[in-house]
Design a protein around this ligand. Structure first.
Ligand code: PGA
Length: 240
């Protein structure tokens, strides 16, 4: 039975503030926490606050490890639209984390199958993810797990759907530069995290939000897998 905890917020600022409080609590409770990170526009307010708290000396990341959900295939980590670049720009380069403790799938190497296995091994070796933050796609994807992905999936390579391509091509200089495939943690990988925070912000997510609210569990709607997890907090604004 679903045990999602729902937190309605007034606006995006409050959503970001509450999410950063949960991050702070986690890291203070366990300074060696392993944190799962997401890209996209939704967690930027959270990352800004984490940077501020780190600079203010309220929170240290010196013993924290991070794993990102996903990365495009065939994109150079220095490309501004890559998730490597995004994470450095919005968080990693501005906090006291050790760079060698920050992991992002290696979508730019030749042996992608190996990159997937290695990523799973690295997560296991770190002791597993304590707290995973997620956004949600308009089609209900989590990470880049598009509709139809098996709930048993581990880190794997995916073909992106048209809806994801349309939502994300704005980040590329030329829309046709957007890769059509990506490496993503699988749904099983995500569900193995001890705690999960799902951030949902803005009208474009209304349909996905409403569908998640129904409690229906189906591989056609990847976020519905979260109903199978015992500790998920959904923080939302701009949807009802
Ligand atoms: P967004 O992306 O935060 O940019 O809306 C979320 C997602 O696609 O998972």
């Amino acid at each position: 039975m679903s045990s999602l905890k729902w937190i309605e917020t007034k606006n995006y600022d409050e959503l970001s503030e509450i999410a950063s409080d949960l991050f702070e609590q986690q890291i203070k409770q366990k300074p060696t926490s392993v944190i799962g990170l997401a890209t996209g526009s939704t967690p930027i307010g959270l990352y800004n606050r984490l940077v501020e708290r780190n600079k203010a000396g309220i929170l240290t990341f010196k013993d924290v490890t991070t794993f990102n959900l996903d990365e495009y295939v065939g994109i150079d980590p220095n490309n501004k639209a890559s998730y490597h670049y995004f994470m450095n720009e919005h968080l990693i380069d501005h906090i006291d984390i050790k760079k060698e403790n920050t992991y992002i799938p290696e979508g730019h190497i030749n042996d992608l199958e190996k990159a997937c296995h290695v990523y799973e091994e690295q997560i296991q070796k770190s002791g597993g993810i304590d707290l995973q933050v997620l956004g949600i796609g308009v089609n209900g994807h989590i990470g880049f797990n598009e509709p139809g992905t098996s709930f048993d999936s581990l880190t794997h390579i995916v073909e992106l759907t048209q809806s994801t391509i349309e939502a994300n091509q704005k980040y590329f200089d030329k829309p046709e530069d957007m890769p059509k495939s990506a490496i993503t943690m699988g749904i099983k990988t995500i569900l193995q995290a001890r705690k999960i925070i799902l951030l949902i912000s803005g009208e474009s997510k209304q349909d996905a939000f409403s569908r998640l609210r129904t409690g229906e569990i189906t591989e056609d709607f990847p976020a519905s897998s979260l109903h199978l997890h015992p500790d998920v907090t959904v923080i939302y604004s701009g949807v009802k």
